[in-house]
Design a protein around this ligand. Structure first.
Ligand SMILES: NC(=O)c1ccc[n+]([C@@H]2O[C@H](COP(=O)([O-])OP(=O)(O)OC[C@H]3O[C@@H](n4cnc5c(N)ncnc54)[C@H](OP(=O)(O)O)[C@@H]3O)[C@@H](O)[C@H]2O)c1
Length: 271
């Protein structure tokens, strides 16, 4: 049956890397990629969760687990070496998904909170992409259409109070992503930014230096599987950017229409 859209990226027999694969969006995305014929190098710190992930797929032998911190060069090198052995130096997809959050006023936080969030959410994707680029290029030079997919956030389009570190990291990711996309068009490498809104994952259980009673206020939330489905569709379609959920779109587009109104609303919520 013909597909209802033009597919520019095909998971079948592709060599892919997904960071942050041990839970939430990365877990679900890895399962979908494997079910659709991809080999996935799955990266996260919790080895036992990666093993669970592999065993939950239709083809466990296609999940190649790398347990390590994404901010460490040794983790990156281990993952790229496995991808090299699978694809003979080619890489079809890099998904920079691993991420952490923090909640609470900037003035009360230690300098380390900002540094940690920026390291995981911004510098790690930058470093992984830099090292992946030659492998992605080798695909486009052979007629393929490789993709870098960055998992951002609606908070990388509109900042809110009490999440200054997270917003800064996702704004940085967004800006870098857009420059990169324009630079890589001529190389035939696609760059997709996916910006989810609140997702019912383990994200809020592992916030950096955050009081246990801190909550995230948002309108509606999506399960990780739905975010992963939208992400895979965006990759296959070669989309530049997708903003997810009604609440997420409302936040981003209302801000584009009238930033002063949104500033007023958020300032009231902050009081
Ligand atoms: N949840 C939301 O409301 C929401 C909204 C918008 C955007 N996002 C973004 O979506 C992405 C995925 O988040 P999620 O909702 O699926 O959260 P999650 O369930 O907490 O998953 C985060 C993943 O990142 C990994 N990770 C975190 N720090 C890491 C590190 N230093 N090294 C290696 N892996 C690390 C975690 O694995 P280990 O702990 O095993 O290392 C886990 O696999 C993130 O970039 C997040 O910013 C989430």
């Amino acid at each position: 049956m013909p597909l209802p859209f033009q597919q520019v990226w095909d998971p079948q027999d592709s060599v892919t890397i997904v960071t942050g694969a041990s839970s939430g969006i990365g877990f679900e995305l890895t399962r979908m990629l494997v079910d659709q014929g991809a080999h996935v190098v799955a990266v996260a710190r919790r080895r036992e969760r990666l093993t669970e992930l592999a065993n939950s797929t239709s083809r466990p032998e296609r999940v190649h687990c790398i347990a390590g911190d994404v901010t460490e060069a040794s983790t990156r090198m281990a993952a790229l070496n496995v991808a090299d052995s699978l694809g003979d130096g080619r890489l079809d997809l890099l998904v920079n998904n691993a991420g952490v959050g923090a909640i609470g006023p900037f003035a009360d936080a230690s300098p380390e909170r900002m540094r940690r969030v920026m390291e995981v959410n911004f510098f790690a994707p930058v470093d992984w992409t830099r090292d992946a680029l030659p492998r992605l290029r080798s695909v486009s030079q052979n007629g393929g259409r490789p993709v870098i997919c960055n998992i951002g956030s609606v908070l990388g389009h509109r900042a809110v109070p009490d999440k200054s570190e997270y917003c800064a990291s996702k704004f940085a990711l967004h800006g870098w992503n857009d420059s990169l996309r324009a630079e890589l068009v001529g190389d035939g490498i696609g760059v997709t930014l996916v910006s989810p809104s609140t997702t019912r994952s383990e994200f809020f259980d592992s916030l950096v230096e955050t009081e246990p009673d801190q909550k995230s206020n948002s309108i509606g939330s999506w399960p990780p599987r739905r975010v992963a489905q939208a992400t895979l569709l965006a990759i296959k379609r070669g989309r530049s950017e997708v903003i997810l959920s009604l609440g997420g779109k409302a936040l981003v587009y209302a801000d584009r229409v009238s930033p002063p109104v949104m500033n007023g609303i958020l300032a009231k919520r902050g009081r």
